[in-house]
Design a protein around this ligand. Sequence first.
Ligand code: AMP
Ligand code: ZN
Length: 511
Amino acid sequence: MALRFYNTLSNELETFVPADETTVRMYSCGPTVYDFAHIGNFRSFLFADIVRRTLEFFGHNVHHVMNITDVGHMTEDANADGAGEDKMQAAARRVKEDKKSGKVPEGAVTNPDDPYQIAQYYTDCFLEDARTLGIKVAFEYPENILHATQNIDAMQEMISQLLDRGHAYVGPDGVVYYSVESFSQYGRLSGNTLDRLMSGAGGRVSEANQANKRHPADFMLWKPDSTHIMKWDSPWGTGYPGWHIECSCMARKRLAADVIDIHTGGEDLIFPHHECEIAQTCGATGKDTFARFWMHARFLLVEGEKMSKSKGSFYTVRDVLEGRIKTESGQTAGVRVHPAVLRLELIKSHYRGNMNFTHKGLMDSAGAVKRLTDFRNRLEQACAGAAADVDFDYPILGKFADCLADDLNIAGALGAILPWASTTPDDPAAALGALNRMNEVLGVVPLTPSSDADAESGSENSHIEALCRQLDEARAKKDYATADTIRGQIQDQGYDVKTSPSGTIAERRLA
Ligand code: AMP
Ligand code: ZN
């Protein structure tokens, strides 16, 4: 079956075939670990997870790398030449406040002036949230959890290559800049060609620093600055790398290829970040392609607007799961939801449209997860858990595959699966086989653990969650004795057991 993805590079749907038959090489821009990732960030990370799981569903072996940005991402990164201060510097000030208010718990980040501690704390939080949402990225390949600061040597090597090949120069201020005029394809991805940038279209080049640069859109590769919060020695002085170079460098190094198959990120990264990545990688390799497919997720909005801290609509994964979100009437929801519900909510609308996060939408997803879970329990009971192998001739699985192959049409797939989940299939073993295969992509019935190793070393949360799901299953089978035993086990570990639209939830007792 032909897989078609929308390629930002061509602005067209294209048939996807990996360059190398054995492995798809895929790179995703990861989080900047200066704060908790919010649900918008996770929409982009879940989109990458769905791309990867879809490729695997169609039989591809995927080598997926995601970086973790812990240096060089500036507060004014929307400009071609990122200005402002390093986000880690800003975080150092904020974390001191967050420790006072208890947002960063006692014992975490013992020295808020140490950016490595801050980065590690938010990296751990990111990984925990990602695991909670069943994201496969970077868990099956722990070596691919990559901090930019672990790759400084490789970045310096790439910067040297760019200097040698005439794509970079040292400005009068000692900063190493990429020369955008040296790369004729600049602007191909975003449409921000040098002509358009110069005529002010997009307003994305900063007026600052013109005296030191050959072209206003030239961007920084290395900045000597011995006062920077994180710094390293280099042939161009003690300082730090630009934000864009880490991704060019880590993609090439970790995927061991000059040309990769797929590169993903959120829509805001198209320019300047991804445009600059292409210029750097092609400049260093001499090839005219970096990623064959560029795929971007549109932004998540909350109740139709940008997430805003002042309006209280800036939500982390933890906020949503613990009910700290507003309902349509402005009340705090207060009801916990199962992570599978948030996962479904964040993947169910098409990635190329803005997603509007609402409390009502979340509750609809809770109903959908419940319906799918009940269906799975009924099928398991009917066939004693013995799922049969089915292929794409099985109608619902064929329909699901068609939808996914059509640029990841999850909404269309759910439109077929949900009504089916209310039926009583003649062959429950085949139906269970189909549901299980579809769940390898959706990961919501129940939430698929990211790996066995993860399940083994699972946090207290995932252990309690597993008990909640067992309790639901026992109830569905009307095995009330087992349900009571499991309820007792959860309570003994300090939790209250409650029923929610998405099934059993456990709430930690305060005292
Ligand atoms: P950052 O941590 O700022 O480097 O961003 C991590 C990822 O989240 C990037 O791929 C961004 O494009 C993406 N992103 C940021 N805000 C949103 C949003 N509101 N909706 C969807 N993706 C977002
Ligand atoms: Zn990146």
